[in-house]
Design a protein around this ligand. Structure first.
Ligand SMILES: *Cc1c(COP(=O)(O)O)cnc(C)c1O
Length: 388
């Protein structure tokens, strides 16, 4: 068997990067006959904990499942509010709704697309039970200035670190700062299991609860269950375990991750250099020294954003918009509130193709096409600002 190359080309907005040994790992696990939660999953958890420098990691089926379970572990439920940026993938919001709680949407800093401690502090209410910073693009979010206030008010921090595996928060990795951190290992995340996710628990109690909840609330350990005539269901549970087949992919990806992380940083810097000379563009600041970049996002004047997006697509370049604000989504209308700053920045953002298979030539072509699209005849910038 060989691994077929990804169907989408270098100009894809994002795509998985394979090391080539994933298939052998899947075959090895297939031969064991254990495909649900199993020893391979536990090995992956152990590998993740070692990499992150933490005591324990709980693997689950998806990043969304990680967020849902982390919120429940933090005691979030009906009647509670969870503060999060409107500018995130809808999964963050659906996880809050799945817990029965209410999203309280807030703005982000337009330079980083991340919330600041000030945004969060301003959105707190007596009903706030948790805050969910989204580590946009992989950048760590620093809430140390309000950490004591949050702890005093019994408000948990549940990090949506779906973009941020491998990034650093000062000396420590994201995930090693003592809060509930959730990672995604879906197809386009820098580390993929095909589909997968993980939670860094705060305490051994968190870990015990999470391990039960991901396996339908069954309390009897796996080793004892096969020998016993019964098992005990202790509480509410979900089918959220990570299969051994997905874990096998994840272990190969983790072993090769340092090279992927370095490659992503290098590509982002290549983009930064190429974009520096292009007028009307601002690169979203990822704190590249400390970040394994998930994406490369620029802001362009809102009046030309859609035309530039269309021109890039016409040239075969899959630019994207991450994300349409959630406070404007029909499903979340009951929790909508005016967030003009979010709407302004959301009308300016454009994600450029970003994945490890890009070459410097690809980036050269993409940025040349972008520069032409920004000042070309079909955009108002050419006449308005003289097309500099
Ligand atoms: C990918 C992603 C998720 C959800 O992860 P899945 O593994 O796809 O369920 C949540 N939040 C953000 C910001 C994401 O990008």
């Amino acid at each position: 068997m060989t691994i077929v190359t990804s169907p989408s080309g270098p100009a894809a907005n994002a795509r998985p990067f394979l090391h080539g040994t994933e298939l052998a790992a899947i075959e090895r696990v297939l031969a064991t006959g254990q495909y649900g939660h199993g020893p391979e999953t536990e090995e992956f958890e152990h590998d993740l904990a070692t990499y992150l420098g933490v005591d324990d990691v709980v693997a689950v089926a998806t990043g969304t499942a990680a967020l849902h379970l982390a919120l429940l572990a933090a005691g979030v439920g009906p009647g509670d509010e969870v503060v999060l940026p409107s500018l995130t993938f809808c999964a963050s919001v659906q996880a809050i709704r799945a817990a029965g709680a209410e999203p309280r949407f807030t703005n982000v800093d337009p330079d980083t697309l991340c919330v600041t401690a000030d945004h969060i502090e301003a959105a707190l209410s007596p009903a706030t039970r948790a805050v969910m910073p989204v580590l946009y693009g992989g950048r760590a979010v620093d809430l140390t200035t309000i950490a004591t206030q949050l702890a005093d008010r019994d408000i948990a921090i549940v990090e949506d670190a779906a973009h941020a595996f491998g990034s650093r928060h000062g000396e420590r990795r994201v995930g090693a700062t003592g809060v509930l951190t959730c990672f995604s290992f879906d197809a386009i995340k820098p580390l993929t299991c095909g589909d997968g996710g993980a939670i860094v628990p705060r305490t051994p109690e968190d870990a015990r609860w999470l391990r039960r909840a991901r396996l339908l609330g069954i309390g009897t350990p796996r080793e004892q269950r096969t020998a016993a005539v019964s098992y005990e269901v202790h509480e509410l549970g979900f089918r959220y375990h990570l299969s051994t087949l997905h874990a096998a992919i994840g272990r190969v990806q983790l072993a090769g991750f340092p090279a992927v992380a370095a490659r992503r940083q290098q590509l982002w810097r290549t983009y930064a250099a190429a974009l520096a000379g292009i007028p009307h563009t601002t690169l979203v600041d990822l704190d590249i020294e400390n970040t394994v970049p998930f994406n490369c996002v620029i802001r362009v004047p809102s009046e030309v954003r859609d035309a530039v997006h269309a021109e890039l697509h016409a040239a075969g370049i899959q630019a994207g918009v991450h994300y349409p604000p959630n406070h404007l989504q029909p499903a979340f209308a009951p929790w909508s509130r005016p967030l003009p700053a979010t709407e302004a920045v959301a009308s300016e953002i454009l994600s450029l193709p970003f994945h490890p298979d890009l070459t410097d030539d690809d980036i050269g072509q993409i940025t040349t096409t972008l520069a032409a699209a920004l000042t070309g005849p079909s955009t108002p910038l050419a006449s308005q600002w003289g097309g500099r």
